[in-house]
Every structure is written in C-alpha cells, then in structure tokens.
Write a protein that binds this ligand. Structure first.
Ligand code: URA
Length: 425
C-alpha cells in the first residue's frame, strides 16, 4: 500500500491496522513519508477520529521511535501528567511528596506555551536549576533523591516532537486520539507502573467543557490500561487559577508554602487527590482515604519539603540565593458583590504579555512577573477591596485593566466550583 492509499483509507472512515500505523510512523520519522502526506493523514484523523485499537497502536509506534527509561526490578515508578492550566503548580509539590512516600517519580515536563504556564519555567526561577538533564543523570537523581523534574531529551519519543510540530501548524492539535497518543507515548517512555492524569476543563484549559474533559480523560485512561500501566484520571476545574499565584517565581513561592503544610486549600486538595490515586494504583495504600492521610502527614511534617530541597540541589539549583519578584500594584473591585466568573485564559494571557510566558517557542521568559488572585469565585467583595496583585515593572496600567475585566462581579453569589469534576478509574 502506498502512503496516498493509506491516507485515502483513513479519509474514507476505515480503521487502520497496526502494520499500517507502524509503516506510516516509521516512514515519517525516517523522512521517507514527507510532511505533506503526514499532514493530510493528521487531517483525516482529525475528522474521522480513531478506534481505541488504532490509538493504542499509534501510541505504541510513537513510543518505539525513541529510548525508554530503565529502573531496577521491583521499583514503584509513578508519574502525573496535567493537560495544563493557569496557576497549575501541582507537579512541583506532588513529585517530592510522592518521593517522600517511597515512590520513584521521573517527571518529564514541558515549558509554557500559550496561556498555561510550564513547570520547567517555574523551576528555572531558582538560580542554577537545570532542566536539561541526560537520561543517565535523570535515572541517577531518581535513585538518589526519589524524584526529578526535567525536560524531554532529543531521544525520547522523537516521533512526537516531529509530529506535534506538524500538527501545530496544520490546525490538527485538538484531536482526542492524536492528543492521547502524544501524551501517552511520552509518559510511557518513563517505564511507569502507575500514572494519573489531571485533565483540566474550564475557561483556562485546553478543554473548555466538562464533556470534552471527560472524553479526553477516558481516552487517556483506556490507552494507558491497554499498554499495561495502571492509569486513572481526575477531571479538575480550571474556571479560575489553581491556588492564588500565576507566574513563575510567585508560583514557586506558593509551592514552598504548600510544601510547608500551608498555602491555598484548592492546591492542597487537588494535589492530595492526585497523589492518592497513585498511592492506591501502586498498591502502597488500600484506599484513597488512607493515602490522603499519609500524604497530609508528609506535607505537614516537612518530609516532602526536604525531598524538594534535595531535588533542587541535585539539579544544580540554589534556593538560598533567592529569586526576584517584580514590584506589586493592586487591582481593586469597582463594585460590591460576589465574584462569579473568571476569564482564566485572559489571566494566563496577561501573564504572558507581562513576559512571564511564551507566545512562540524560543521566546524568553521573565520569571519575576505574575498575578496574585486575592479573590476567588464565590468570594464576597466590597468596592475598593483588592481583587488581585499584579507583579510587574512595565505595561502595568494596561494589564491591571485586563485583569479587572477578566473578573466578573455579580449581585448574587452563584455556585462554588467543585475542585474535582469527575474521577475516572
Ligand atoms: N500536550 C501534548 O503533549 N500533546 C498534545 O497533543 C497536546 C497537549
């Protein structure tokens, strides 16, 4: 079969076989199938979707395009993946927290692109912190400290790097099977025993509605389970930033608070719930209640914070030097009432426009800027009360007005958002 015949089969709604998918992914990686044919196939998949067995075969073939991490026999290796949200600093707390419970966590994370921040950018607020570890360094730090948070290397799932670049410029990113194969191939390259997915939905997420979030979460869980990894998912709310801080250095501050047993309730709640999924999947705890109590204890005792500090040192960072946060200006409520809605994507874009994130790959990032949400959905405010603090030295009036317009104040209270919208096991 030629590539054109295979594309036509998908275009006409047929199910591709495992051999056909292997042929196309291998051909794309070795460049015998050109980008224009791969783009056409991506568009056919975008419109026709994929059966579960096709998504699993695509995930498997992408995984086989690169190397996989290796662990000693009997190690309990786990990870969490988030589809990305504004103020989402869960990974920074969760990796050392799980390591403090005896699990190994090789967390390969990404940089921010668009309104959602990137875990690596937040960590790079720490002077000296390295996010470009080799696979050997990654494995050694996990063995010594219990966790690592670093970027993907060139040899991990090269098929995804090449394919994602093409999807990005052909408007084929928002396809559930393609997202599933992209995320799961990278996570499975970590050779995990258990994985939990945090699928965000709402005004600050890639998936805007609950139904879209649930559909993606189900697809990810089915793919993980087909590949022999205990996979569960929580669909969590992203109709407002998670916690209070949005930015890089300021989110690191909030992470350190959470690791000291303090910090905002929603961040702690979601972190404990995700961690509990993994402790249960890895058979370290009998049920989520026992798991959450173990995790709470590790946060409050300072054990998780100790692991975080060891990880920072192992990755070349120095928390003692301190990091810079820009000057603050307060955005106040123009009227009295209840906060009922936030345009969370607009808040994420405001951080980007301050220089705290990227519009394009390769843009530089200012770690010192950000926003602190002083009011959250459901809060009652009086005219003149602080709604947010903007940390910035430039563009301040324009950003303050955008932050103010992103927060809706109404006469009646409306509903409190649920932190966890759905659990998929
Ligand atoms: N994140 C990924 O890693 N891949 C996608 O396709 C979409 C989001």
């Amino acid at each position: 079969m030629t590539p054109a015949e295979l594309i036509a089969r998908k275009r006409d709604g047929h199910t591709l076989t495992r051999d056909e998918i292997a042929f196309v992914i291998r051909g794309f990686v070795d460049s015998s199938i050109p980008e224009y044919q791969m783009s056409a196939l991506a568009m056919a998949i975008f419109f026709q979707g994929m059966e579960d067995e096709e998504t699993a075969a695509l995930t498997q073939e992408m995984l086989l395009s690169g190397v996989r991490l290796e662990w000693p026999a009997g190690a309990a290796v786990v990870d969490k993946h988030s589809t990305g949200g504004v103020g989402d600093k869960v990974s920074l707390v969760l990796a050392p927290l799980l390591a403090s419970c005896g699990l190994r966590v090789p967390m390969i994370s990404g940089r921010g692109l668009g309104p959602t921040g990137g875990t690596l950018d937040k960590l790079e607020s720490i002077p000296g912190f390295r996010t470009d570890l080799s696979i050997t360094e990654m494995q050694a730090i996990v063995e010594r400290v219990g966790c690592v948070i670093t970027g993907a290397t060139e040899d991990l799932v090269p098929a995804d790097r090449k394919f994602y670049g093409l999807r990005d410029v052909t408007a084929t990113v928002p396809s559930i099977p393609l997202i599933t194969a992209s995320i799961m191939s990278k996570k499975l390259a970590e050779s995990l025993n258990a994985l939990v997915l945090d699928v965000k939905c709402g005004s600050g997420a890639f998936m805007k509605t609950r139904d879209q979030g649930v559909e993606l979460a189900n697809s990810l869980v089915r793919a993980g389970q087909r590949m022999g990894v205990r996979t569960t998912a929580l669909v969590t709310d992203m109709n407002q930033p998670l916690g209070r801080m949005c930015g890089n250095a300021v989110e690191l501050d909030e992470t350190l608070d959470c690791l000291a047993g303090e910090g905002p309730d929603d961040l702690r709640y979601v972190t404990l719930a995700l961690g509990a999924e993994l402790l249960v999947s890895a058979e370290r705890c009998a049920d989520p209640t026992a798991a959450e109590s173990l995790l709470s204890d590790r946060l409050d005792s300072g054990a998780a914070r100790e692991v975080f500090e060891q990880m920072v040192v192992a990755q070349g960072g120095d928390l003692k030097i301190g990091y810079q946060v820009a000057r603050e200006q307060v955005v106040v409520a123009e009227r009295s009432g209840f906060v009922t809605r936030m345009d969370t994507e607009a808040l994420g874009m405001a951080v980007i426009d301050l220089g705290g994130g990227r519009r394009q790959i390769g843009d530089s990032v200012d770690h010192s800027v950000g926003i602190d949400m002083r009011a959250k959905i459901g809060d009652e405010v009086s005219a003149g009360d602080p709604l947010a603090r903007v940390f910035a030295d430039q563009k301040v009036p324009a950003i303050m007005s955008r932050v103010s317009s992103a927060i809706t104040i109404s006469d009646s209270q409306g509903e409190w958002p649920e932190f966890i919208v759905e659990r998929i096991r």
